[in-house]
Design a protein around this ligand. Sequence first.
Ligand code: NAD
Length: 277
Amino acid sequence: YESPLTTLNDGKQIPQLGFGVFKVPNDETAAAVKAAIEIGYRHIDTAAVYGNEEGVRQGIDAAGVDPKDLFITTKLWNANQGYDETLRAFDESMGKLGLEVLDLYLIHWACPSFGLYNDTWKAFIELQKQGRITSIGVSNFPADNLEDLIETSGVTPVLNQVELHPYFNQAELRVANTKYGVVTEAWGPLGQGGDVLSDPALETIAKAHDASIAQVILAWHRQLGTIAIPKSVTPSRIAENWESLGLTLSGEEIEKINALSRADGRGGPDPATADFK
Ligand code: NAD
């Protein structure tokens, strides 16, 4: 399989199915990234705070692919928000990733209470002008902060990476993102390995297709138009998730999955109030 590509508002394209490495220890990251690249993934999602940017680089080298043929995302950590801190933290990430140009840099959380995301974004815009980042975006941005960022800077993020899975499908925020021309990217696309992976309604759909629940969820993401970056360190699961590209659900099945979302389905922090460093 090859992943479909999503076109961003800056004209660049991102593979719609990517590979996440949250919570993968640095010394296990190279093996996971190598396995993912060998299976076919071309889009890798890391972050400074994951502590595994060096492992990502080692995995790319071990797979023997040119980083130019991959789409690499990393994120600016909350503690480093602010103009000067962002420039410094970016250099540090790039040193670890060993890249000349980064495909996508994200503000990891809006942290509205810090009052720094607009200054942080100015540094992102500057780094992009210097040619060191191709695309710039945000993560965990509520709609009102997204709107403020766009109005203040005049520069629209290419995407907003947010928690999104069948139990918390972000219907409202997806509408807001779309209104601004911002693509929605799903973190925790499999509900971070939680209850959703044994949901009875999803199991029924999976059985009908002789597929796994993880594959059903990933096909749902693809058909919804969200970018998904499932994580696994187990080669058989990395492959299973990739093979979701061969699964297509009916409109009725998509509607059934849409109906599983609930107000309290969020597993992670609420971006409107998150203020951790
Ligand atoms: P996920 O939804 O990808 O779930 C991963 C877990 O699901 C695995 O640890 C494993 O337990 C299970 N799993 C994976 N494949 C499976 C399969 N085929 N069958 C059964 N179980 C399977 O959760 P995640 O890792 O938190 O999110 C994905 C990526 O999103 C991360 O790795 C990271 O790159 C990114 N992320 C970003 C943020 C953010 O704040 N921007 C937060 C969390 C994660």
